[in-house]
Design a protein around this ligand. Structure first.
Ligand SMILES: *Cc1c(COP(=O)(O)O)cnc(C)c1O
Length: 394
């Protein structure tokens, strides 16, 4: 059976070059980077090279990069660490309704412990409202956390504009850039970002590694205390093979960014056009054009359940997702799609396809051959579809 992986926003395969490099740091160069001997020093050097590779991809200096166990930890460190550092200055935090759970749940946790939280809305394309953000700012606002690109609908947020507003008000600005890293350019200087979250396994690096960019001069209280690694911001012996793999993945992503975007945009558009032409009652969720990640397609297919679609696709070897990976398994519709104004019924019938480097025209042809058949079969069991067809004919 053909296997087609179209869930790259959930995770990506490790690039073979990255995997080969990592292997040497498990078996040969296994020193502890804190050790003074040669075994330690050679690893320390590679660790610092990785720091430079990550920094280069986002326009930062290496000493502004703190490695973590992933995007989730980096989001937690940014938000909890800022709240703790600035709690005497103010207790108000602003975020948006389309954030990843790693941001939303962390902010809600703070709200329970006495912080005030304002969650600003997004429009029907999944883009946050800069006007609402401006209106939400108070004297005691200490942190704004807005993602760069949304993981479900691929909508790209006006980060530079928000960064300017945050800077004018002297508010710390955190950006979750897990989905945009390596796909579109990021520059923390041009965007006026103070804290930026990135993750390795979404860009063909290993799982369990990420980083937080912390602008020079920005204060953060650590979550993990101990041996003082990572300039005391994140104690614990470094995951050296993982970090070094992440560094390499960043270097490759920088080199390949334009080529990857061109390739994936072309296939994504082919998939989008094929689905909207080949299936009735379909709606594309999120923006079209420049404000959307090149590899993301999110569609609502009416009169079918997203979960049933996923299972049927899976039986044919096709991997997609409905809602976000972290919430699938639960039957709650996506909080992002609901916030964009979709009804529960339409949000339930939504599918996310996220393309990657290895996808081919043949992959897309296979999906376009199978999906309409699946939809037709599932709709035959839907009384609502029956009604819709008859209303249309009448
Ligand atoms: C995947 C993801 C995360 C979490 O990163 P992990 O490395 O898996 O912990 C955070 N934010 C966004 C937008 C993501 O897509």
């Amino acid at each position: 059976m053909r296997r087609v992986y179209l869930d790259h926003s959930a995770t990506t395969p490790v690039d073979p070059e990255v995997a080969a490099l990592m292997m040497t740091y498990y078996t040969e160069k296994y020193g502890n980077p804190s050790s003074v001997h040669g075994f330690g020093r050679e690893v320390k050097q590679a660790l610092e090279q990785a720091r430079t590779q990550v920094a280069d991809l986002i326009g930062a200096s290496p000493n502004e990069i703190t490695f973590t166990s992933g995007g989730t930890e980096a989001d937690n460190l940014a938000i909890l660490g800022t709240a703790e550092a600035l709690r005497s200055k103010g207790k108000h935090i602003i975020t948006s309704c389309i954030e990843h759970h790693a941001v939303l749940e962390t902010c809600e946790h703070l709200e329970k412990s006495g912080f005030d939280l304002t969650v600003i809305p997004a429009d029907e394309e999944g883009i946050v409202s800069v006007d609402e953000l401006r209106k939400a700012i108070r004297q005691d606002t200490i942190l704004i956390s807005i993602m760069h690109a949304n993981n479900e609908v691929g909508s790209i947020q006006p980060i530079a504009e928000i960064g300017k507003i945050a800077r004018e008000h002297g508010i710390v600005f955190h950006v979750d850039a897990v989905q945009s890293l390596g796909k579109i350019p990021i520059n923390v200087e041009e965007m006026n970002v103070d804290l930026l979250t990135v993750s390795s396994h979404k860009i063909y690096g290993p799982k369990g590694v990420g980083a937080l960019y912390i602008r020079k001069g920005v204060r953060i209280v650590p979550l993990v205390h101990g041996g003082g690694q990572e300039r005391k911001r994140r104690s614990g012996t470094e995951n050296t093979p993982g970090i070094i793999g992440f560094g390499k993945a960043c270097e490759l992503a920088g080199q390949r960014m334009e080529e990857d975007a061109r390739h994936q945009r072309k296939l994504r558009d082919k998939l989008m056009n094929g689905i909207t032409k080949g299936i009735e009652f379909v709606k594309v969720n999120g923006p079209v054009g420049e404000s959307r990640l090149p590899n993301n397609l999110n569609v609502s297919i009416r009169y079918v359940e997203g979960e049933s679609l996923l299972l049927s696709l899976d039986m044919l070897g096709i991997a997609a997702s409905s809602g976000s990976a972290c919430t699938s398994g639960s039957l709650d519709p996506s909080h992002v799609l609901l916030s964009m104004g979709l009804t529960h019924e339409i949000a339930h019938g939504s599918l996310r396809f996220t393309l990657g480097r290895q996808n081919t025209e043949e992959d897309i042809d296979y999906v376009l051959e199978q999906l309409p058949k699946i939809v037709e079969r599932l709709r035959m069991m839907s009384p609502l579809y029956d009604l819709a067809i008859h209303t249309k004919q009448a």
